[in-house]
Design a protein around this ligand. Structure first.
Ligand code: NAD
Length: 304
């Protein structure tokens, strides 16, 4: 099996640097026409310049590919709608959206300002929602779409000093879960990438000897699979240093407590049983939780 993207159109946000650049170059090398979006600017979101995105477009063209440059701020919905229109005017369709643009404003929750908190959420969450909304109906009408949301181990597992970033990144899970369900009938598949890479975003955080292992190019093949025709849907793929893994969320079997035992004290006493991971469940949609709890209670009460 060879994965190709001939005839397809991809939008990659924040593609002037790091991971987005790597994804854009790899998609173009396998035949996709790529809109290379990047606002430019520093890691904290200040400033702006088209030059890095222009360079990526030049690299794609030099290798014989087709690309367009775009400087939209993903947090600005008017600019995002114009970006999608630019791709449609040039190429008539959008098959792939990789939401990748991002910034950092690290600080403890105590010391950080609310302005910085919402600025980070704006770029990651509002930016992802804006871009996804702008291509959604295009993909529905085409009966084809592949979307990547870029999360982070910070959102999945927590990272000291990143409450703003972790909040925005964990929100990708909720967005993916619902869009996976809503997009299925129109062949739209939505997946999450949780990368770990040596980029300007992680500069100074990664010890020198392991930097070469953590090149963005070690992650991009996982993204190409998740935006291919053979893509899975609703997968959280962790990737870095050439390692590819999948994260999942489980609910413990749980414990039914009869009415007279429903006290915080009993819950404290029996918390080990409540949280026991033996026989845990992976649920496919929200209603399964309600059904499972009702059935468990009914069985315990002998009314099933
Ligand atoms: P990077 O700083 O090299 O690239 C991010 C790009 O996004 C930059 O080119 C920047 O100009 C662009 N950008 C920022 N704000 C924008 C906006 N409002 N509109 C359009 N473009 C904008 O960082 P990276 O490490 O390549 O990060 C890419 C994505 O991966 C981010 O979403 C980041 O949060 C995520 N991520 C990275 C790591 C890692 O280890 N590098 C880990 C977890 C998640």
């Amino acid at each position: 099996m060879t994965i190709r993207f001939d005839g397809q159109v991809a939008i990659v946000t924040g593609a002037g640097n790091g991971l987005g650049r790597s994804h854009a170059l790899a998609l173009a090398a396998r035949g996709a026409r790529v809109l290379v979006n990047d606002l430019g600017g520093a890691t904290d979101g200040s400033g702006g310049s088209l030059s890095s995105a222009e360079q990526v477009v030049e690299e794609i063209r030099a290798a014989g590919g087709e690309a367009l440059v775009n400087g939209a701020n993903v947090a600005d919905n008017n600019e995002v709608e114009a970006m999608v229109q630019q791709a449609l005017d040039a190429w008539g369709r959008v098959d792939i959206l990789i939401n990748n643009a991002g910034i950092l404003r690290d600080s403890t929750f105590s010391k950080g300002s609310l302005d910085d908190f919402w600025k980070v959420v704006d770029v990651h969450l509002k930016g992802t929602v804006n871009c996804t909304k702008a291509v959604w109906d295009v993909m529905r009408e085409q009966g084809y779409g592949r979307i990547i949301l870029t999360a982070s181990a910070s959102g999945l597992y927590g990272n000291f000093g990143q409450s703003n970033y972790g909040t925005a990144k964990a929100a990708m899970i909720g967005l993916m879960n619902v869009l996976h369900l809503e997009g299925a009938r129109n062949n739209i598949r939505v997946n999450i990438l949780a990368p770990t890479a040596a980029t300007r975003m992680t500069e100074g955080l990664i010890p020198e000897p392991v930097l070469p292992l953590l090149a963005p190019e070690a992650i991009t093949p996982g993204v190409l699979y998740m935006v291919s025709e053979e893509a899975p849907s609703r997968v959280i793929m962790g990737a870095g240093a050439g390692v590819f893994a999948v994260s999942r969320m489980y609910e413990s079997e749980g414990l039914f407590l009869p009415e007279q035992e429903r006290t915080p004290e009993v819950i404290a006493e029996r918390f080990a049983e409540i949280s026991d991971s033996t026989g845990q469940h992976e649920l496919k949609e929200a209603s399964q939780q309600t059904m499972r709890f009702v059935q468990k209670a009914a069985t315990a009460l002998g009314v099933a």
